[in-house]
Design a protein around this ligand. Sequence first.
Ligand code: LLP
Length: 429
Amino acid sequence: LHGNMSIKNNTLYIGGVSCVDLANKYSTPLYIFDENLIRENCREYRKYFKVDENSNKVAYAGKAFLTLYMCNLIKEENLCLDVVSGGELYTAHKANFPMENILFHGNNKTIDEIKMGIKLGVGRFVVDNFYELDIIEEICKENNKIQEIYFRITPGIEAHTHDYIKTGQIDSKFGFALINGDLYEAIEKLSKYKHIKLVGLHAHIGSQIFDIQPFIDEVDIMIDLIKEIKEKYNIDLKEIDLGGGIGVYYTKEDKPKTIKEFCEAIINRTEVKCKEIGIKVPTLIIEPGRSISANAGSTLYTIGSIKDIKNVRTYVSVDGGMTDNIRPSLYKAGYECSIVNKMKYEKVNNVTVAGKCCESGDILITHANIMDIESGDILITTSTGAYGYSMASNYNKIPKPAVVMVSNGKANLVCKRQTYDELLELELI
Ligand code: LLP
């Protein structure tokens, strides 16, 4: 149990709302978000990253989970927003998110996306490569605008996480590499771009990282670079964006640091390092996604078929799977689950929770410890709030589930369940 979860009459409640009632009212699969926990995570980041005190910035990484409602919530909590596509930018625009508080990422922003970003007036482009520089310059010139940018660099840090979500190593599709001189070449080219203003540097070393040390190494590299760039090119870079946030709890094997520990370590190291090499402490930016939304989200499923292969394994199948949570199939990610209508049963079985897709790899949890399971029970997987809904697909023509925010005893539908007709809406005969 975490956040605003509690148990009454053997039933799980989140935000004061019964999960059984939610399943009955909105059907399953269903994403549930504990709204107060999202807000609390935002506030922790603001507080410990010293947003008010030092004018540092926290930008929520929209790729983790972004809807109109979420944009509003992030706006209300006074966070900035990191977007990576025209679609995310459009969502923010439609939610009236202040464009000056948006960072626009991507290793291959299309010309249309760049146009859209410049016209809407996003605060910072995080420029990933030479190709993008030419396009930004041209579009800014046509629109008589000056665009502030960061250069994304690949710092050469190998953090311990799944290969697919590592980004800091030199062999990466993202950013200007430090070792082959790309960054210096980009800086030297800047004089020919009259409509681009470099104001900072960005790096992202990966996601779901528990160690603080790689972030400390990243701080050191970035601060050294700021000094070097000042000395070599007389350019004052006042902003350093360190990328995503800290890893989170999914299963008992995970031992995450708190938001407080993470932020304090970064801020302290920055101050020490700047003092050591004699430069002014820059404005720091971080872009947490997972650590804001993951633990606040859960998914409800209804259990259907139960297949017991004697002395081998019991498959417990649910009415969703890799279409609403691709992470187990894609990264072998682990999850924990419970039966929300049987929270106190003592008898524990080791079973495999399977999804309903026509794929043997559609397994949500290989070793789940759940009790006296029967068809019709409601199963919850926890920590599904990041990279769940945002990576959902319509494989097997399965409609995307609804999303409900719960808080203070009330449920609020923020995203409707997709219908079969909506699945066909784009198709022509
Ligand atoms: N900033 C940049 C430039 C990023 O690439 C990412 C994540 C973030 C911020 C947010 O990182 P976070 O705070 O969430 O760790 N689909 C994968 C995660 C991919 C992360 C991609 N970039 C997963 O489900 O584990």
